[in-house]
Design a protein around this ligand. Structure first.
Ligand SMILES: *Cc1c(COP(=O)(O)O)cnc(C)c1O
Length: 422
């Protein structure tokens, strides 16, 4: 663990470290915390736009933003403005994206257990594609699709590749709830059945091997397996999914979207030639490093072997440490350039010993009650996985750009929490 000040490369592109504050998008984080309260998610709009534009430009048309990583109306519109389409996996995501003004022709529908209602809604509005997952879904499509309600589909296949990442976010291995296996012959049978449905156009194949993957070679391996299978089939499009990893803590290094795209494109060209469209659907790599979370420190407690810092959020706004054992860095907002010589366990306010945000955080020795601390790289799978555990209200989210902060999601109120009661 390094005691050096927080590394600039873990912060959004526009971050400026001052003596006693950090500015993102030209806006003071201290001022934002005071105005909007804490915990607070702050997204750098420039970083979001750059990553989105990078993703759109390195593949063929039809690259979709995997909205589950972070979704609100402002995010959906931003992604589309930068040339991306949008992936959804539930009716809730589909509904929000449609309400945000995204045209149905730019929406890709995923899901390993799509309901009749979800498929009907997708067909009614005329989405760009449905990514088909299993035989039951194919039979549901046979019932619901018709020549007057046609749809274009990809088949999600299991390439049988174990990407080097956390077991819970591996999806390319044979033992998976997602897709149909190439090895078992299920993918071939799936395509045969899909082709027999009137109004269903089979556009190609989809594979998504997992998330937070640092090695481009894992994607190339999957692509090669898909290519071998696709040789016998007529395909117009191959979607390589998402899953590109990002650096969360010092010392980690991930390929950029451009490096990932270039490597995948080159391999695809070799395997398929120029006539097959290559698309992707990144989530984390677009939004992850664009945001930070600001917390206020409440209790500081020394026990036998360590010092605890309790903040005003926790597993309800960032469940990743609990779910995956993910690591994060932190820095103190009033001294971001100071050496971080102390070691703290940063915990939340929930009634669980496991409610740990950072097991061993390097922070200055003098962090005290009332201080603001910031965890970088919280833009993906933080707010979108947020819960109301312990009836905690969800934080607010602001976008910052050119010195201006825009509240894109207000903080939940106690009234919001009782909305469902009779
Ligand atoms: C989650 C998911 C993605 C995005 O993954 P990231 O790791 O956030 O890039 C893309 N496609 C599918 C099918 C997914 O389930």
């Amino acid at each position: 663990m390094s005691s050096r000040p927080i590394a600039q490369y873990l912060l959004p592109d526009t971050a400026e470290l001052k003596n006693d504050d950090v500015f993102i998008g030209g806006v003071s984080l201290t001022a934002l915390a005071n105005q909007y309260g804490t915990p607070l998610f702050v997204y750098d709009e420039l970083t979001l736009r750059r990553r989105a534009a990078d993703a759109a430009s390195v593949f063929d048309a039809g690259v979709a933003y995997a909205s589950k990583a972070f979704l609100c109306g402002a995010m959906a519109r931003l992604a589309v403005e930068e040339g991306l389409w949008i992936d959804v996996a539930t009716e809730g995501e589909l509904d929000l994206v449609l309400r945000s003004g995204v045209p149905a022709e730019k929406i890709v529908v995923h899901g390993n257990n799509k309901s009749r209602a979800e498929i009907n809604r997708a067909l009614d509005v005329g989405v760009h594609r449905i990514v088909v997952d299993n035989f039951d879904e194919i039979e549901l499509l046979r019932e619901l699709v018709s020549s007057t309600r046609p749809v274009s589909c990809l088949l999600r296949v299991i390439p049988g590749v174990e990407a080097h990442t956390h077991e819970f976010v591996q999806t390319g291995q044979e033992d998976s709830k997602f897709g149909l296996s190439i090895t078992r012959g299920d993918a071939e049978e799936g395509l045969r059945r899909m082709r027999s449905i009137e109004g269903l156009h089979v556009a190609g194949l989809h594979s998504h091997i997992g998330s937070q993957i640092f090695e481009v070679s894992s994607f190339l391996k999957a692509l090669e397996i898909v290519a071998t299978f696709a040789r016998e089939e007529h395909v117009e499009e191959i979607c390589v999914g998402g899953g590109l990893g990002i650096a969360y803590v010092e010392g980690e290094q991930a390929p950029s979207l451009s490096e990932w795209g270039a490597a995948v494109r080159a391999e695809a060209l070799r395997l398929f030639g120029p006539d097959v469209r290559i698309t992707a659907e990144p989530g984390r790599s677009i939004v992850g490093s664009a945001a930070v979370t600001i917390y206020r420190v409440g209790a500081r407690k020394e026990v036998a072997d360590r010092t605890y810092l309790a903040v005003d959020g926790g597993m309800s706004d960032n469940p990743r440490p609990v779910l995956y054992g993910s690591g994060y860095e932190a820095f103190a907002l009033r001294s971001p350039q100071a050496e971080r010589l102390g070691v703290y366990r940063v915990v939340g306010k929930h009634c669980e010993s496991g409610d740990v945000l950072i097991d061993e955080a390097a922070l200055p020795l003098d962090v005290a009650t009332g201080d603001l601390i910031v965890t970088p790289v919280t833009g993906a799978y933080g707010y979108s996985m947020a819960s109301n555990y312990n009836r905690v209200t969800k934080p607010a989210v602001v976008f910052v750009r050119d010195g201006v902060a825009t509240l894109v999601l207000r903080r939940e109120t106690l009234d919001d929490l009782i909305r469902l009661e009779f």
